[in-house]
Design a protein around this ligand. Structure first.
Ligand code: A3P
Ligand code: MG
Ligand code: MG
Length: 383
């Protein structure tokens, strides 16, 4: 019978080519107890407004409102105000972190990792990822790891010029968020007769409400920021009322079902990492008509997929996440402003290298930064 062996050993190569950490075998049953994950506690929330200005209030927070069956997700596409794609900088999160430190809500010395939720999701789900690789920029300062997604200028350009068909599909997700939310706790008579029922307002992807949570994976305290789609009834300072909205294709065959189960791994960690307890999925046709709406409890998803065709085990991912963090802590040498790069190639594992000056320049550009950290944040760190 296949069972899990001891944790994978880091393979150290010469300093030039870096170090690598191989993946666990996800085909075997995971038997060790998974590392503990502490319930995420919000320490701050903030809003980006229409002009992408960051405000420390809940002005961009939305309330859950049941999205209607039959909703047409292509509605309003031509009025979509699109936020341009940008590099995955930590600036907004660091601003929130800095304020929380001053308010004594969090202690820098305790925090092992600072990152956006999207990055943590990519790390944790990578043992099961067969298609999309990723690259991260890493800094270690005063014992805290900062992780940002590395998006090259070409990649940013590419993301800004995606095919119309993909762009339409992407819009469906945002349109579903409009149908599923309202700017008041009870859906007011905001929709005019010209709009379809339950339309929550035209899509502007500049506008976001974010929560910054403190949590712990194994022995490492994490500070994670991420967008929260909406809350049920009210926000009380905990994650209990958070709701994530997702869309997915309607399921018509066993193969579709296996595909959906696989996809649930990403839905799961995206919500789990921020403590979001509920995921509302709109099942849609290829042309964007909502056929069914189903609510899932985040904590029940692992049990839902267990033993199925598209099965995954969150313990495998959490254990991998711990190994990954230990690997970085052991391999990254703390030097002022040095930037490291982690590259993930599906199936292979991850490789870490120290960036030379030219590559750091490519990361920082002409901006006023130390490594990829904004200068003002760096100055606060070294005060
Ligand atoms: P769906 O995932 O529901 O289709 P989120 O669900 O994280 O709140 O994101 C809202 C929508 O943004 C997604 O809706 C999807 O359309 C789009 N989106 C988010 N991340 C994306 C990515 N990595 N690539 C393409 N589209 C993405
Ligand atoms: Mg969202
Ligand atoms: Mg969503």
């Amino acid at each position: 019978e296949l069972v899990d062996g001891p944790p994978a050993k880091t393979r150290r190569l010469d300093p030039e080519s870096g170090a690598e950490l191989p993946f666990p075998n996800t085909k075997v049953t995971f038997l060790r107890p998974p590392p503990p994950f502490q319930k995420p506690m919000p320490i701050s929330s903030f809003s980006y407004d229409k002009s992408r200005a960051l405000r420390f209030d809940n002005s961009s927070m939305r309330y859950y409102a049941a999205p209607p069956i039959g909703a047409q997700l292509s509605y309003g596409y031509n009025r979509w105000v699109r936020r341009p794609e940008e590099k995955g900088r930590l600036d907004g999160l660091l601003t929130a972190f800095s304020r929380a430190k001053k308010d004594n809500k969090v202690n820098l010395a305790d925090v092992g990792v600072v990152s956006w939720r999207g990055v943590m999701t990519k790390i944790l789900t990578s043992p099961y990822e067969e298609r999309d690789g990723w690259e991260l920029n890493v800094m270690l300062e005063h014992g805290t790891l900062y992780l940002e997604e590395h998006t090259s200028d070409e990649k940013v350009e590419e993301k800004n010029n995606i095919e119309p068909r993909h762009r339409t599909q992407m819009y469906y997700g945002y349109a579903f968020e409009s149908y599923g939310t309202s700017d008041t706790p009870y859906r007011g008579q905001t929709s005019t007769s010209a709009e379809p029922p339950c339309w929550g307002g035209d899509v502007d992807t500049n506008v976001q409400w974010c929560s910054v949570v403190r949590t712990k994976l194994g022995d490492t305290r994490l500070l994670i920021g991420g967008e929260v789609d909406c809350v049920r009834e009210k926000y009380t300072g905990t994650t209990d009322s958070f709701v994530e909205l997702k869309t997915s294709m309607t399921i018509r065959s066993a193969q579709d079902n296996a595909r959906f189960e696989k996809k649930l791994l990403k839905f799961y960690f995206q919500s789990f990492l921020l403590g979001v307890p509920e995921i509302v999925v709109g099942f849609r046709t290829p042309r964007g008509e909502v056929k069914e709406v189903q609510s899932f409890k985040t904590t029940q998803l692992p049990r839902l997929v267990r033993g199925k065709a598209g099965a995954w085990d969150p313990s495998m991912c959490l254990d991998w996440g711990c190994q990954f963090i230990s690997f970085l802590k052991e391999s990254v040498v703390e030097e002022k402003g040095t930037v490291w790069r982690v590259k993930f190639v599906p199936g292979n594992g991850v490789r870490l290298v120290k960036l030379d000056e030219t590559l750091v320049e490519e990361v920082v550009g002409k901006e006023d930064r130390v490594g990829f950290l904004p200068r003002w944040y760096w100055d606060e760190l070294t005060e």
